[in-house]
Design a protein around this ligand. Structure first.
Ligand code: ADP
Length: 274
């Protein structure tokens, strides 16, 4: 752990965006929002895809870029496994349910492990950020790889980002990583729109809330670092099943109580970014 911290500190010092550094906006979209988590498995991709359709429900044209190059989960979550078309220069995103999607998972065989070295990672990111022909989007959501390493810094340096959302679960261990995430965005001058507490509780059949992973930690961390708290997404079988079936809950059942939580968060994001 301390080793990791040291490494991040060093690479941040070297790579923190210099003043006046010109970042390129992603073509074809008005606003670009990152969904990130300092730790894997906290529900970042589930959040990103459900946010996509929550924003769409609010009348926006939305695209989702799965930048989780080591473990792309978008093809499964949206039930797509076609190869995107290309004109030799640009890649065309796949479309489903009215939204646009791009993932390295569409380009590489599902069973191929993505074990890439630094320069390959950087070139894959460049392809995803510079060579995709998004069409008239209001929002591009980027599902980031977990962590605070080189991949994240490459994005932070090269691409104009309008804001970032940090997803966490409430365990102490996850919260320590959240602090590192906050520091990374602050140092790379990317605005943090706010923090989301995922899998924050489970509501039993008796109507009682069970705080399986602890209570209130993400909100407390947000306060401590003077960031906005965007809301709590409970542990939900519907959310998990819909992700497994490739039919996101906010698209399939926009009036579901969980979808309403996503709408509420999407509204807060719009107010902050637009
Ligand atoms: P990450 O992108 O952070 O690695 P995922 O979005 O892939 O995490 O989620 C990991 C697993 O947890 C998936 O099986 C997903 O369906 C499940 N999951 C995520 N959020 C919730 C939730 N709020 N309730 C129930 N299951 C969830």
């Amino acid at each position: 752990m301390s080793d990791n911290k040291g490494k991040m500190g060093e690479s941040l010092k070297e790579k923190t965006t210099p003043k006046n550094f010109k970042k390129n906006p992603i073509k074809g979209t008005k606003f670009t929002v990152m969904v990130s988590s300092a730790k894997g498995g906290v529900g970042k991709s589930t959040f990103a895809i459900n946010l996509t359709f929550a924003l769409q429900k609010l009348g926006k044209k939305v695209g989702l870029l799965d930048a989780d190059i080591h473990g792309p989960s978008l093809p499964k979550m949206i039930g797509l496994n076609e190869k995107p078309k290309s004109d030799g220069k640009l890649l065309f995103p796949l479309e489903k349910y009215g939204a646009q999607f791009m993932s390295l998972g569409f380009l590489v065989d599902e069973k191929t492990p993505m074990i890439w070295r630094g320069p390959m990672v950087i070139s894959a990111i460049k392809t995803l950020t510079e060579k995709v022909s998004w069409k008239d989007l209001d929002f591009l959501i980027i599902d980031m790889p977990p962590g605070t390493g080189d991949t994240q810094l490459t994005f932070a340096q090269d691409v104009k980002i309008d804001g970032a959302i940090i997803i966490s679960t409430p365990q102490e261990l996850a919260l320590m990583d959240v602090q590192r995430g906050i520091q990374m965005f602050d140092k790379t001058k990317i605005k943090i729109i706010g923090l989301v507490d995922n899998m924050s509780f489970f509501k039993g059949e008796d109507g009682k809330k069970y705080n399986i992973f602890g209570e209130g930690g993400v909100e407390k961390t947000a306060k401590q670092f003077d960031k906005k708290f965007l809301g709590q997404v409970p542990i939900s079988t519907s959310l998990r099943e819909s992700a497994d079936l490739g039919l996101p809950l906010t698209y399939k059942e926009p009036d579901h109580e969980i979808s309403k939580i996503f709408s509420d968060i999407a509204n807060k994001i719009m107010q902050d970014v637009v």
